[in-house]
Design a binder for this molecule. Structure first.
Ligand SMILES: Cc1cc2nc3c(=O)[nH]c(=O)nc-3n(C[C@H](O)[C@H](O)[C@H](O)COP(=O)(O)OP(=O)(O)OC[C@H]3O[C@@H](n4cnc5c(N)ncnc54)[C@H](O)[C@@H]3O)c2cc1C
Length: 461
């Protein structure tokens, strides 16, 4: 149990905010974008800089207290109970090097800030569907980008990082300095340390074409079948995805679509209007769109492609990697989640992998699932009238779709971490074994044990 002297020692060791559950700052310091998750650590540290993170971890290690980290709470898939939660949102350093084409960011930086600095210089980073997500949490989870088929996973393009390991040491690591730790941090989620700074490559931005087409849900079978036929015709620099949406009567939904069941095709292309229109033509002809926003796009409007909610909401999610999108896969998915089903989920999404996502990065890392064809992602709002049905629905759909799945997941889309066997599904067996060995070296007391955490391999006898 923590006593006043312990808290005093932490407050003395750091320059940031230290808050206990009865402090006025506690709610703001622990708040997660996923408002369904209300963290209850023993104490939260609002770190001001990397030295605070190191001092916080060292303090916790001396007391064998578990440590969790959060910047935005977009990935708050489970509740942090007890221990020390380190909030990194104040680590806002951001530097773009237009010559080297790199960005260096602190652990609190969101993708939106990177784009606001890099797009005027003609450069973009490999962010995901919402630029409100934190760069570091997303990237240590692999980072499946909007432009993934063109460039691969975000983790494939990290050059170096600064990380505080479970002993409280602040290390600068890259492909040469502590290469195994560096590789496993990229895709291994927060299992081996807390990143304080990340340096990664940016890519030249030429003409950009993007947006979405929204169709009536009644045509879902037709549209999904056409989507499957259309995919092989696309070049790698085109990144599409598709979802079934049960849109709530909420403000973030465009007014004419509120309350409707629709199909949402998303499309991103490094190319001009002619190229985009030509590639999209078959999908524009398949059904009469309710809305079509695809066209030349200012890259700073990139969030309009997926239209993810920008404000915190309570939600729950789950995912699976699929082997194919064959007739049986689609038929089963539509029966479970299509029109006429009693599916309560807001989002049933299919993201094709392939292209550069299928190829290993130049440097090895822990990203797994590259051999899968598609990712299935399910998300429901934990709000009336469906709040109580969402968890069972996600479990049920994933169980029924299991025959079409590879059995693995992407850690950023895994949803609530279950038991050890369930958590292990986010990595290939070979990567998982390397991670267990690294966990034993870098976190022998299993201090970083929250969320998608793994346990170390038992010492060799
Ligand atoms: C609306 C929305 C859209 C999304 N779109 C995509 C997408 O297109 N592609 C994709 O790959 N993912 C996507 N995600 C998932 C997202 O990338 C993960 O949830 C990610 O973990 C969020 O990181 P965060 O720092 O914003 O969240 P947080 O909740 O603050 O952190 C989540 C986890 O990331 C790890 N982490 C955070 N900071 C650090 C750190 N400093 N050091 C070490 N580990 C850390 C920890 O394990 C932590 O529990 C999306 C999520 C949402 C809610």
């Amino acid at each position: 149990m923590l006593v006043t002297d312990d808290i005093q020692a932490l407050s003395t060791a750091v320059s940031g905010t230290v808050a206990l559950p009865d402090s006025p700052e506690f709610a703001a310091e622990t708040f997660a974008f996923n408002a369904a998750t209300v963290h209850r650590p023993d104490v939260v540290l609002g770190a001001q800089n990397a030295q605070d993170v190191a001092a916080g971890v060292k303090w916790a290690a001396e007391r064998r207290l578990p440590v969790a980290v959060q910047s935005t709470g977009h990935g708050a898939d489970s509740v942090v109970t007890g221990g020390l939660l380190i909030n990194t949102r104040r680590l806002q350093a951001l530097q773009i090097d237009p010559v080297e084409r790199t960005a260096r960011v602190g652990a609190g930086v969101k993708w939106r800030s990177v784009l606001e600095a890099s797009v005027p210089l003609g450069l973009v980073g490999l962010h995901g569907s919402s630029t409100d997500v934190g760069v570091v949490g997303y990237t240590v989870g692999g980072g499946l980008p909007v432009l993934g088929r063109a460039h691969g996973f975000a983790a494939d393009h990290v050059r170096s990082m600064e990380v505080v390991t479970a002993d409280g040491a602040l290390r600068r690591i890259d492909a040469e300095a502590e290469a195994e730790l560096f590789a496993l941090m990229l895709g291994g989620k927060g299992n081996f340390g807390i990143v304080t700074e990340l340096e990664f490559s940016l890519f030249p931005l030429g003409e950009f074409y993007g947006g979405g087409i929204i169709y009536p849900g009644a045509d879902a079978a037709l549209i999904l079948a056409a989507f499957r036929e259309w995919l092989p015709t696309l070049p790698d620099h085109a990144s599409p995805s598709i979802s079934l949406l049960r849109l709530p009567e909420m403000e973030f939904v465009p007014a004419p679509l509120r309350g409707q069941f629709v199909v949402h095709l998303r499309f991103a292309l490094m190319g001009n209007r002619d190229a985009g229109d030509a590639l999209l033509a078959p999908m524009r002809a398949v059904s009469t769109p309710l809305m079509d926003t695809a066209g030349p796009m200012n890259y700073l409007d990139v969030d309009q492609i997926h239209m993810d909610p920008a404000d915190p909401l309570p939600f729950m999610a789950g995912g699976a990697l699929l082997q194919d999108l064959g007739e049986e896969t689609l038929a089963d998915l539509l029966q479970l989640t299509g029109e006429g089903s009693d599916c309560p989920l807001l989002l049933v999404e299919i993201r094709p992998l392939g292209g550069a996502l299928a190829r290993a990065g130049v440097l090895p890392n822990a990203v797994s699932g590259r051999d899968s064809a598609f990712m299935l992602f399910l998300l429901g709002f934990k709000m009336p009238p469906v709040a109580e049905e969402v968890a069972a629905s996600i479990r049920g759909v994933l169980a029924e779709m299991a025959p079409h799945s590879t059995g693995y997941t992407l850690v950023n889309f895994h949803g609530e971490p279950g038991d050890e066997a369930d958590r292990a599904r986010a990595w290939s067996p070979a990567v998982y074994e390397r991670m267990r060995a690294a966990k034993t070296s870098y976190d022998p007391d299993n201090l970083l044990r929250f969320g998608h955490a793994i346990t170390g391999a038992p010492p060799a006898s």
